[in-house]
Design a protein around this ligand. Structure first.
Ligand SMILES: Cc1cc2nc3c(=O)[nH]c(=O)nc-3n(C[C@H](O)[C@H](O)[C@H](O)COP(=O)(O)OP(=O)(O)OC[C@H]3O[C@@H](n4cnc5c(N)ncnc54)[C@H](O)[C@@H]3O)c2cc1C
Length: 478
């Protein structure tokens, strides 16, 4: 069934600041471009500094050429690994420019190239050293292992990188629970640490009086400091400062509950609607399991000390989320965040289209609450198997009425004729995205829902002429 609801109530408190959105979007895209240039420049700098410190002399013989190429591969590989760590460090400058999920997408894309470079490093160095000493690469590797004190650590490091990259490949990842993949991923830090000693003993990377020494010291210490600050210290400070506790758990529909949390200084989180936090509920059996959940309402602040409430809406999809449906009030909660660009910070246009499916509807509810638009300039499309699965549907209807947004419910079974974000009935009726939102090409389009569904919605938005910089989506998978 498709239903259309529309109101024309004006909301004079929030005029649509078109110019601000265009300016904000331009600045964000420039920041994203600068970060990309900086990332690739760091690889070029690592190689240029090695050349400046006399690295090119190795190219005078064949053995030297193999060794030199091995060093170049090692430098580029190590630089990419540090970039991957920075992309996963949740740095605000990266999150605000490209969003958390795109940062992780880039992080994932660098996984295989960095592994290939590190493998090439090991093979080329063994071949180069072997040629110089009249040994084959395998014997040279064994001799390095036995004779060079830190070489076994470098080989362990390479083995750990292989384990991390292989378990991150989509096909392999799906076979394991999230926790296993997460634990293996933590080995990246061990892999980086075990790679460093051989750079002191055999490589001249940290040799006194070289430019390389300063470059690598700065990026290694900088990356370590960023990880400790943003992944450990900031979450600890946020947890202590906001002192969140569960206030109540409310059933919202089949298998879904809203968890309301009370806390302090929540005014500092204002404008977060649609963004997500990583939550750790400090209850027996649940405290060790961090979950990313998006806010399903703007933070509500009651007084000048910032006392108020936050709300998330959780669908019971597995053991961990099932436990959350039984949380007791008063349970303490640790948080990391907010993260992501599924918010007004990503806006670039006056018109906005918000499309949510299943539990992905809930951040749409939060975004709809405050994101600025003129009545008539916003379209909300909710997709679910049945009306009961349009989570927070009544609140969304009420918000659409109050703010003058057009609302569509697209319910019913999926189309059998291939992947589509709509129902069978809607496809048969010939509905396209532009049938719901004729201005879609000139709108910001927010999409949130299961990954296959979201891919289909994104590709239809692109086909309807929505440029990539106007497309904003949140992935709920890992
Ligand atoms: C940015 C983001 C925002 C999200 N927002 C919401 C939300 O508002 N409401 C909601 O109900 N769900 C949301 N999710 C999905 C939610 O985090 C997972 O469904 C939940 O953590 C599953 O926990 P579990 O122990 O029940 O899952 P498991 O039993 O371990 O597995 C069930 C499913 O959840 C996936 N999963 C498990 N842990 C994670 C994790 N840490 N990150 C991502 N996927 C995981 C598994 O791959 C599996 O598909 C969000 C996910 C992301 C990445």
């Amino acid at each position: 069934m498709n239903s259309l609801l529309r109101t024309t109530v004006r909301d004079p408190a929030r005029p649509a600041p078109v110019e601000r959105f265009r300016g904000q979007s331009r600045r964000r895209l420039v920041r994203a471009d600068l970060l990309t240039v900086l990332a690739w420049a760091s690889v070029a700098a690592a190689i240029a500094l090695w050349l400046a410190d006399g690295g090119a002399t190795g190219f005078s013989t064949l053995a030297g050429t193999f060794t030199a190429l091995g060093i170049v591969a090692g430098l580029a590989g190590m630089d990419l690994v540090l970039l991957m760590l920075l992309l996963a460090a949740r740095l605000p400058v990266i999150d605000n420019a490209v969003g958390h999920d795109r940062a992780l997408e880039f992080h994932r894309k660098l996984g295989k190239p960095s592994l290939y470079l590190l493998l090439a490093h090991g093979i080329l160095i063994a071949a180069g050293y072997g040629m110089a000493e009249g040994l084959n690469p395998v014997s040279e590797l064994v001799s390095l292992w036995v004779q060079v004190p830190d070489m076994w650590l470098a080989i362990v490091s390479l083995a750990l990188f292989i384990a991390v990259v292989v378990t991150s490949l989509v096909a392999v990842r799906r076979r394991f629970p999230y926790e296993f993949w997460y634990a293996v991923h933590l080995l990246t830090y061990v892999a980086v640490l075990t790679a460093i000693p051989h750079q002191f003993s055999t490589g001249a990377l940290f040799a006194e009086g070289t430019w390389q020494r300063w470059y690598w010291l700065v990026i290694c210490i900088g990356t370590g400091a960023a990880l400790v600050h943003y992944r450990v210290l900031e979450p600890l400070v946020a947890t202590v400062r906001h002192r969140l506790t569960v206030r109540r758990v409310v059933t919202e529909g089949p298998g879904a509950v809203s968890i309301e949390l009370a806390g302090r200084h929540l005014d500092e989180l204002a404008g977060s609607g649609g963004r997500f936090f990583i939550w750790r509920f400090l209850a027996p059996g649940a405290w060790w399991h961090p979950h990313p959940f998006s806010l399903s309402a703007e933070p509500a602040v009651f007084d000048s000390s910032g006392r108020g409430t936050l709300r998330i809406t959780v669908r019971n999809l597995g053991r961990g989320s099932a436990q959350l449906t039984r949380l007791r009030s008063g349970t303490r909660v640790a948080i990391e965040g907010p993260y992501g660009l599924f918010s007004t910070a990503a806006r670039s246009r006056n018109h906005v289209v918000m499309i949510g499916a299943g539990i992905g509807i809930t951040p749409i509810r939060a975004l709809l609450e405050r994101t600025p638009f003129e009545p008539g300039n916003a379209t909300v499309i909710l997709r679910g198997h049945s009306e009961a699965e349009l989570y927070l549907g009544t609140e969304i209807l009420d918000l659409c009425r109050r703010r003058g947004a057009t609302l569509f419910h697209v319910t019913g079974p999926r189309s059998a004729g291939g992947p589509t974000w709509q129902s069978e009935a809607a496809v048969r009726s010939g509905h396209r995205l532009a049938s719901y939102a004729p201005d879609v090409a000139d709108s910001d389009v927010y999409i949130c829902g299961p990954s296959t569904w979201a891919r289909s919605a994104i590709s239809e938005a692109r086909a309807a002429g929505v440029p990539d910089e106007q497309l904003h989506y949140e992935r709920f998978d890992w």
